[in-house]
Write a protein that binds this ligand. Structure first.
Ligand SMILES: Cc1cc2nc3c(=O)[nH]c(=O)nc-3n(C[C@H](O)[C@H](O)[C@H](O)COP(=O)(O)O)c2cc1C
Ligand code: SF4
Length: 412
């Protein structure tokens, strides 16, 4: 297999094997929660610049699954359909397929953001979103399953080439699959098959309504939670996903509670944390600066997950030994050699997030031989900017003061 060749990945035709991994862009239309014109322009630019496929940033399937991030996409309101249709038409016209990532935030949000008590497989707190979730009733589970299925039907209707169910990074479906988040004693917990039941029921019901419309998943094959995801267990999960007829698995890792694990960095981006993350961002300025100075002193002592490069490849290799489903590798991929190596091993595609935030025309540069390595310095500032603003690359540099305008955006 070659990186730059016409191919089919998870039943979707692509011009090459380079995927823009789902990235919350913070560019939803504030009224419909569908795509804004700015988001459409951004995705058209990616498509015109040789990305093989775009996975849209996560779009939320239920009102009580909304994200804490401002201007996150919603996928529950018929009012958003017109915008999604314009988006898919424009991206197709520009030459790339587009996949809708569908998510429910579960306990990775706040009651304040969703206007009600948040829900999760089990009543548990989250380190970063401390209000306690309530355990879902069976009625909640049936309703959320229906929301996912309705969203898959909507994605097909709006012209997406497929969907990707977000089973990763600590969101609701990850929490169901993992024994860390799922302590249920009923048929939705207790063993692997039961923990996977919600995923199976969503896929089965979606297949009845959408036939062979491509369904991909993003899976955290590992995380750092006790009793959480480990490679051996992820292999068993992947075998079931294959049985359920999932078309492609994107192999990722981590939970938001792990810190910088999903997207790795040498150090916490302290400047960006103190500029964009609440509650510290709103501390009086002098106190904010003082605590930041202390935090920067201890920062080099805080261990970070390693390695920084190709960190999901070992787990992806284990999955590959055990399942025939198309596999996509994400995480710390930055050079042409790495991409060729991954595809050369027989993985169907590579996907990247930060390299495209940094250089949205990165795929074209690779194709034309203008570049062989991403300019992203993996500072992870972009991962903090989204707490208040649309995503952008800061290249490790936070400019102060961050400003009142940004606080206003948050409250919009
Ligand atoms: C700003 C930002 C937003 C992200 N949004 C999403 C998202 O919406 N859905 C998702 O599955 N992963 C999301 N991720 C994770 C990436 O898709 C990817 O898995 C991770 O960054 C590792 O890939 P990379 O090393 O190429 O950045 C996001 C990451 C960043 C930095
Ligand atoms: S802010 Fe820019 S350089 Fe830093 S990780 Fe994000 S994309 Fe890369």
């Amino acid at each position: 297999m070659q990186l730059f060749e016409q191919c089919t990945v998870g039943k979707i035709r692509m011009n090459n094997r380079i995927i823009r991994s789902a990235t919350h862009d913070g560019l939803a239309d504030p009224v419909t929660e569908g795509p804004s014109e700015e988001l459409i322009r951004k995705y058209v630019y990616l498509a015109k610049n040789d990305v093989g496929c775009i996975i849209q940033g996560y779009a939320i399937v239920s009102r009580d699954g909304k994200s804490n991030y401002p201007r996150c996409l919603g996928f529950f309101d018929p009012a958003s359909e017109e915008g999604y249709k314009r988006l898919t038409d424009a991206v197709h016209e520009a030459g790339a397929p587009i996949v809708a990532q569908l998510a429910h935030c579960g306990r990775q949000t706040s009651g304040k953001a969703i206007g009600t008590r948040k829900i999760a497989p089990s009543a548990k707190r989250h380190l970063l979103y401390p209000d306690k979730a309530r355990a879902m009733t069976k009625e909640d589970i049936a309703r959320v399953e229906k929301d996912f299925v309705d969203a898959i039907v909507r994605a097909k209707k709006c012209g997406f080439d497929g969907v990707q169910l977000h089973l990763a990074h600590g969101y609701l479906l990850h929490d169901f699959i993992s024994a860390n988040g799922n302590k249920r004693k009923d048929e939705y917990g207790g063993n692997l098959e039961n923990r996977m039941r919600i995923v199976k029921e969503i896929i089965d019901a979606a297949r009845e309504k959408t036939g062979d419309f491509p369904i991909w998943v993003k899976l955290s094959a590992t995380d750092k939670r006790s009793k959480g995801m480990r490679v051996g267990y992820a292999v068993e999960v992947a075998k079931l996903l294959e049985q359920y007829g999932v078309d492609a698995i994107e192999v990722s890792c981590g939970s938001v509670q792990d810190g910088m694990n999903t997207m790795r960095s040498k150090r916490f981006p302290m400047d960006a944390i103190f500029a964009y993350r609440e509650p510290v961002a709103s501390l009086p300025r002098a106190l904010n600066r003082f605590v930041l100075a202390l935090a920067k002193l201890v920062n080099p002592l805080i261990p970070q997950p390693k390695p920084l490069e190709l960190y999901n490849l070992p787990a992806a290799r284990e999955l590959k030994k055990n399942v025939g489903t198309d596999l996509i590798v994400v995480g710390g991929i930055t050079s042409l050699d790495e991409m060729n190596g991954i595809v050369g091993e027989g993985f169907q595609a590579v996907s990247m997030c930060r390299p495209f935030i940094c250089e949205p025309n990165f795929a074209k540069k690779l194709k034309e031989g203008v570049s062989t390595k991403s300019q992203c310095v993996m500072c992870n500032c972009c991962g903090l900017v989204i707490e208040k603003q649309p995503v952008r690359c800061l290249m490790g540099k936070v400019t102060y003061p961050v400003g009142k305008a940004e606080k206003m955006q948050k409250s919009e």
